[in-house]
Write a protein that binds this ligand. Structure first.
Ligand code: PA5
Length: 353
């Protein structure tokens, strides 16, 4: 039985110091912004689309960029999680090839595809084959520090793309927003950190709600969808446990119908609804009605509203709470949050042929 108030025993399970990495996310965002300022920019004119290609912890930054840009860019931002790029990608597309390790085969393949399509490419990585290829091809590389789990490097794997777009004149005023993120996350690190007891720690309380249950995370399309996906992925990778996510309003047209049977399994679900002041007002109303429909059928429902002023701070406020909750869930299960042996096994098997 793990006691979430016993910080020493939590650290004993955490062999890769995931708790420490998480505590430093605020500072990481600022470092990520600063380290991009001196990097060479891609030669690009008349950008008609931005594509972020990556997988897992290296792709979620693409979704953050997609959501952040929704009301700020007049061109689409597409996230590609595959070996090849869509047919529209051409010389007017700016492609970010993102792989923390630099060795993920799908990303290396998509990188090659981007070059063949004549796109302007930027590599974002800590090293590996991607850095080697980009150096050989004369492609700008944003090199971030090694030694983190990719999903603990979400500052390094997102903020540099914003900084590049700002330097290209496509986004503006990011220094202030990044400062706000850093300041807010440093404040949350005290509240969510291992030193704060369960009674005062929303992340620990969420982990206790999730323990022994299946978390279902719902966000709103175009605002909190990325946070819902992130919470799900973090619970999977950190706690090694199942979790599911979906978005409003779409889930009101299918998933919500599936809350009648089997009753005993539905009682094992814990639903989280993520809200943001940028959600469409009708979506907020949908969430209220949906909550009424499922209350009593599931183990519980928690609503979490984003906090902060700018869009970046609001998105990170949600992501950060989910990150901490997923790590505490891992520790409650006696699971080491850092290593992802199944992913390593898959990559190892694939590397054989
Ligand atoms: O968080 C993780 O460890 C994974 O989701 C990885 O990010 C994913 O397997 C892709 O690897 P990389 O980020 O090194 O390209």
């Amino acid at each position: 039985m793990v006691d979430l108030n016993d910080a020493k025993s939590l650290r004993a399970i955490d062999s890769t110091d995931f708790l420490v990495s998480l505590t430093g996310l605020g500072a990481q965002c600022m470092k990520a912004y600063e380290l991009t300022q001196g990097v060479a920019l891609p030669k690009v004119q008349d950008v008609k689309a931005v594509v972020v290609t990556g997988l897992g912890g290296s792709a979620i930054g693409g979704d953050l960029l997609r959501v952040y840009s929704q009301e700020r860019l007049s061109i689409p931002v597409i996230v590609n999680r595959d070996y090849t790029l869509p047919a529209f990608v051409d010389g007017n597309t700016l492609v970010f090839a993102v792989s923390y390790s630099g060795n993920t085969e799908e990303t290396l393949s998509a990188y090659q595809d981007a070059l063949e399509k004549g796109s302007a490419v930027v590599a974002l990585t800590s090293g590996g084959k991607l850095k080697g290829l980009a150096d050989r091809d004369g492609i700008p590389v944003i090199q971030v520090p090694v030694g983190l789990a990719p999903r603990a490097a979400t500052g390094y794997l997102f903020i540099p793309m914003l900084a590049v777009l700002e330097r290209l004149g496509m986004l503006h005023g990011l220094a202030g927003e990044v400062s706000e993120v850093t300041r807010e996350l440093e404040g949350y690190a005290d509240i969510y950190g291992p030193g704060t007891p369960v009674e005062k720690n929303p992340a620990k309380r969420l982990a206790l709600d999730f323990e022994g249950r299946i978390p279902v995370i719902w966000g709103a399309g175009g605002t909190t969808d990325v946070a819902a996906q992130r919470w799900k992925g973090q619970i999977n990778e950190n706690a090694k446990a199942p979790a599911y996510w979906n978005v409003f309003p779409e889930l009101n047209h299918n998933e919500i119908v599936g809350f009648e049977k089997p009753e005993e399994l539905l009682r094992e679900l814990w639903v989280v609804m993520l809200r943001d002041r940028g959600d469409h007002p009708r979506v907020g109303y949908r969430m209220e009605i949906t909550r009424r429909i499922i209350t009593g059928r599931v183990a519980g429902v928690t609503e979490v509203a984003s906090a902060g002023d700018g869009m970046l701070a609001r998105l990170y406020s949600l992501i950060y709470l989910g990150d901490w909750a997923s790590v505490y869930l891992a520790l409650l299960y006696g699971i080491d949050p850092g290593p992802v042996r199944v992913i390593d096994l898959l990559k190892g098997e694939l590397a054989k042929r």
